[in-house]
Design a protein around this ligand. Structure first.
Ligand SMILES: [Zn+2]
Length: 298
């Protein structure tokens, strides 16, 4: 049974766990006469999404909006577009051609998630070109009078967008505001992944999103948070900086990636009591080190 909860007026949150895969994948449904889906997730999530839609009473989709095209957020957009041929798939201009022809996306996904990723996550299918819609930065999509503002939010990836629902002041932030690590405590770690993480852009995007003064943060790898959005935002800013400084200093001292990972793990444990698994650490260390090298800082 799929677990669906209304987290704000007509916004439903459902988790779509992937068998054999660690982590939280969240899909949001906005139940207006024209249905909206934010964050398709991998194709393996499609059956649960259909279950969630029928539970809520949604028959069709007018908009499918991945925050970015990384497989764990947008992998299922092609499969969903084919199931709902009237729907438009909204993607950042830098993501559009990869949605239409996902061959490079598939190649990159194999590198990050393994050659056999399809066995767990399902295939990445192309989105028919006629269904792709590229919004401008700041553009407002009106859905039955409900205003959804699209905001370019680069940093985690260049093709990242956030969606601000003005009716409830809810922000679908994807990975642009990091991820809350512990549901009971108001702190968040940055979402860092190679090869395109850009610390400077990430921080300026957070600042841009902070200005929206959202009342509810709708995370893609976490909960919908109404308490203390400001504290979570401050926390992700601080941790983006502190993790970065720690990694950059270790690089300058010539430490190996493994040693840097251990240093970061010790910091997370002593400061927050959190243990991050090897794969998670490798993502963070990989993202920052590539960024610092590309900037010529280490
Ligand atoms: Zn991502």
């Amino acid at each position: 049974m799929v677990d669906v909860k209304e987290v704000a007026d007509k916004i439903y949150r459902l988790e779509t766990p992937i068998p054999g895969v660690y982590g939280i994948f969240v899909v949001y449904l906005i139940h207006e006469p024209q249905g909206v889906l934010v964050e398709p997730g991998p194709a393996a999530a499609v059956p649960l999404i259909r279950e969630g839609m029928s539970y809520v009473g949604m028959k069709d989709l007018a908009y499918i909006i991945p925050t970015h095209i990384h497989m764990d957020h947008g992998g299922g957009m092609g499969a969903l577009a084919q199931l709902f041929p009237k729907a438009k798939v909204l993607v950042h201009p830098r993501g559009a051609r990869h949605a239409i022809d996902p061959s490079r996306l598939i190649e990159g996904t194999r590198m990050v998630f393994g050659a056999d990723f399809e066995a767990h996550y399902g295939p990445i299918l192309p989105v028919p070109e006629s269904q792709v819609y590229v919004p401008e930065d700041g553009e407002v999509i009106s859905v039955n009078g409900r205003e959804l503002q699209i905001i370019y939010a680069p940093g985690h990836a260049q093709h990242h967008i956030a969606i601000f629902d003005r009716s409830v002041r809810g922000l679908f932030c994807g990975e642009a505001l990091g991820m809350p690590v512990d549901r009971t405590k108001p702190f968040a770690f940055p979402s860092v992944a190679p090869p395109n993480f850009d610390q400077e852009l990430y921080l300026s995007t957070i600042e841009k999103l902070r200005q929206l003064d959202a009342r509810i943060l709708l995370y893609s790898h976490g909960p919908a948070v109404q308490r203390e959005p400001e504290t979570l935002i401050e926390s992700v800013v601080e941790n983006t900086q502190v993790f970065g400084d720690l990694i950059l200093n270790a690089m300058k001292e010539g430490e190996s990636y493994q040693a840097i990972g251990r240093r970061l793990a010790d910091h997370m444990e002593s400061r927050f009591g959190i243990r991050v698994d090897e794969a998670g650490l490798a993502m963070i260390v990989g993202g920052y080190t590539m960024y610092y090298k590309s900037k010529g800082l280490a």
